[in-house]
Write a protein that binds this ligand. Structure first.
Ligand code: SF4
Length: 228
């Protein structure tokens, strides 16, 4: 949302991207493409003439999504895409993004702390702790039956989206210092289920032997991956 240059109009910034990557397009064709991109993300083409401060936060976000789609990407990486937006606007933007994804066929990689958003909008979720993936599974599976204690803690940090109420407890302690990582499983100083091997041996990411069904992996001594 704050990536737009505040002293240039939307047109200048969109046309700049198109010109840099599609230098053979004529100026008229570039303008047509910029109009089309705005319409694609639900913004009237006459907003090309606006400065960023004349747009709402949600509109600025949409302009950035339009700009990202200018080059017809196969994948869009979104790092905390809706952090500064209110919940209603978050839902609108992500709903529109999902619709564009279906229509244009690109993939989206979300990077976020908002697990409730991921559960709703993602196909698969990878949970990272201390710079490593510690669990990876289809979103619905992870929500229903998370295996790693850190994933469980994250899920207990926001209210249940549906079904019975659940106690909110959060995760005690602080994230590890990446310059001095704990030995063994990096989560062991905070893990309520830590036991013998956890402080000394790093668990490997692999399929949990005690769960059949959809492809999933976890790095935890409670569900040790088969050797080999
Ligand atoms: S390996 Fe041990 S410390 Fe790490 S998450 Fe699993 S139970 Fe907890």
């Amino acid at each position: 949302m704050n990536s737009l240059n505040p002293v240039h109009k939307v047109a200048t910034q969109l046309l700049d991207v198109i010109k840099a990557h599609e230098p053979r397009l004529s100026p008229a064709a570039r303008l047509d493409r910029a109009r089309e991109l705005l319409r694609l993300v639900g913004i009237s083409a006459d907003r090309l003439d606006s400065y960023p401060h004349q747009l709402s936060g949600g509109m600025r976000q949409r302009v950035m999504i339009g700009m990202a789609l200018a080059l017809e990407p196969q994948i869009v990486i979104m790092d905390e895409p809706t952090t500064a937006l209110d919940v209603v606007m978050q839902r609108q933007i992500l709903g529109q993004l999902v619709e564009l994804r279906e229509r244009l066929g690109f993939a989206v990689l979300f990077i976020t702390h908002d697990l409730s958003l991921l559960v709703e909008f993602s196909d698969r979720i990878a949970i990272m702790y201390g710079g490593r993936i510690v669990e990876e599974a289809p979103a619905a599976t992870l929500y229903r039956d998370s295996l790693h204690p850190y994933s469980e803690g994250l899920l207990r940090s926001f209210p249940a989206l549906r079904g019975p109420r659940r106690e909110l407890s959060g995760i005690p302690g602080s994230p590890p210092d990446l310059r001095a990582m704990p030995t063994g499983c990096a989560f062991h100083p905070r893990c309520p289920k830590a036991f013998d091997p956890c402080a000394d041996r790093l668990p490997v990411l692999g399929p949990p032997p005690d769960r059949a069904g959809p492809a999933r992996t976890v790095a935890c001594w409670l569900h040790p991956a088969p050797a080999g």
